[in-house]
Design a protein around this ligand. Structure first.
Ligand code: F6P
Length: 359
């Protein structure tokens, strides 16, 4: 039976989102279904009229698969259950979104998001009786019940390449290079890129560190005859006294940022080494997707449409044991995935002699 389905991207963008959309459009087309792209996530559904467009296979020329960002636009602010109003108050605008969704007349919607977006979108779906399936995306790789999410592989590749670029300049100037990477409260990007990029020290929020141990490691490297060292710091690492490093933007939003400068200054003070700090920031989100992200995104996009075909809703597609599976969205939201101390990459890092701040 022919269907009319929607697709939207929600939360921070990452590489590979367009590959998910493309795959869902191809799969829908094969089934003879119509697919509509909702623009700017829930924000597009708060507009009058709601913002959406029909997607066709012909919209996806050879370039879109390779393109970073999201052709649909996205939003990572404005919780519709407590929407910030111009007078400073908050208003529950969830009803408007549900009403607009119904106006478009969609049978189901594919939501590409992270755990924060899923919590909101699932609540909307439940209140409005909307058939929803989820596709996990986040450079942070912190969504539960899936081994990986769209965007993580690209972010790690960008961070690894940054280390590849920092190493020769560090060696030329006898310097310690500190690289601050994103990841929110999970250290996956730092740990993975740090190992791949040959870091000497990797600091992640899951492991408490001591500056004494970090500085000892840097001194040992230098005494051992190497004239440079590479340090990777995850953005949510705290100061020694337990404070978060945050940036407050003009609109009042707070984001992690700046801990690399703190660690760099402490290394410089404690070792006498000349230190420079690079904060990689949004560069990790913006590049062309790696082949791996394109593959996972394509498999996820197809599977999301297949779930709708099977009438399986409130489910998230996931990657497990080399295959695409589906899991309850609520389980994925509940099982926040930070770096576990049993993670084999933690063992690998330690076995390589990398200092995690506590050894
Ligand atoms: O969740 C993805 C992420 O890139 C985090 O790693 C980072 O802390 C945050 O989003 C940055 O958010 P924004 O794009 O709003 O600055």
């Amino acid at each position: 039976m022919s269907k009319k389905i929607g697709i939207l991207t929600s939360g921070g963008d990452c590489a590979g989102l367009n590959a998910v959309i493309r795959a869902a459009v191809h799969r829908s087309d094969l089934l003879g279904w119509e697919i509509y792209g909702i623009e700017d996530g829930t924000y597009g559904l708060l507009q009058d009229p709601p913002r959406y467009k029909k997607l066709e296979v012909s919209d996806f020329d050879g370039y879109v698969l390779r393109r970073g960002g999201t052709i649909l636009g996205t939003t990572n602010k404005g919780n519709p259950f407590a929407y910030p109003m111009p007078d400073g108050s908050e208003k529950d605008r969830s009803g408007e979104i549900i009403e607009n969704f119904k106006k478009i007349g969609l049978d189901a919607v594919i939501c590409i998001g992270g755990d924060g977006s899923f919590a909101i979108l699932r609540e909307l779906a439940q209140r409005g009786g909307i058939n929803m399936v989820g596709v996990p995306k986040t450079i942070d790789n912190d969504i539960g019940c899936t081994e990986t999410s769209v965007g993580f592989d690209t972010a790690v590749s960008v961070a690894t390449e940054a280390l590849d670029r920092l190493q020769p300049t560090a060696a030329s100037h006898d310097r310690v290079m500190v690289l601050e990477v994103m990841g929110r409260d999970a250290g996956h990007i730092a740990l993975t890129a740090g190992i791949a990029g040959g870091a000497d020290v990797i600091l992640i929020p899951e492991v408490a560190y001591s500056m004494e141990k970090i500085n000892k490691k840097i001194k040992d490297v230098m005494v051992g005859g190497r004239n440079f060292a590479l340090v990777v710091v995850s953005e949510a690492v705290k100061t020694e006294s337990g404070d978060k490093y945050m940036v407050e933007y003009t609109d009042g939003q707070k984001r992690y940022g700046g801990i690399g400068n703190y660690i760099g200054a402490k290394i410089s003070e404690g070792t006498g080494a000349e230190t420079r700090v690079t904060n990689l920031g949004h560069v990790q989100r913006g590049s062309q997707p790696t082949y791996n992200d394109r593959l996972i995104a394509s498999a996820f996009g197809v599977k999301a449409v297949d779930l709708i075909k099977e009438g399986k809703f409130d489910r998230m597609v996931a990657w497990k044991n080399r295959a695409v599976v589906d899991v309850p969205i609520k389980d994925a939201i509940a099982a926040y995935q930070e770096v576990s101390m049993e993670d084999s990459l933690v063992h690998t890092a330690r076995a390589l002699g990398i200092c995690l701040g506590d050894n």
